[in-house]
Design a protein around this ligand. Structure first.
Ligand code: SF4
Length: 87
């Protein structure tokens, strides 16, 4: 795991500071049960855009050990994250 993503002993994990905290997980994972309506990504994308830990979230999602292959993470859809991984 990327050491930048490790929580410090004196700090809360970055996940606790996400703008998605307290919101329905289904909102951020409209692809959980198949192909979502294209508009389903709009609201979570807007929420992620204002998230104070967006960069950490995206780095975590792109971490080869984690491979978050579904859901909106760091403001990007799974398709958009795959495009970033492609050399
Ligand atoms: S970037 Fe989006 S998915 Fe990641 S923690 Fe923030 S709001 Fe949640």
């Amino acid at each position: 795991m990327n050491p930048q993503l490790q929580p410090r002993e004196d700090d809360e994990p970055w996940q606790h500071h996400g703008a998605c905290v307290g919101r329905s997980p289904a909102l951020f994972e409209p692809d959980d049960r198949g192909t979502p309506h294209p508009g389903a990504w709009e609201l979570p994308r807007r929420i992620c855009a204002s998230c104070p830990v967006r960069e950490l979230c995206l780095a975590d999602a792109l971490d080869p050990e984690r491979r978050a292959d579904h859901g909106m993470r760091g403001g990007l859809t799974p398709t958009e994250r795959r495009a970033l991984r492609t050399p």
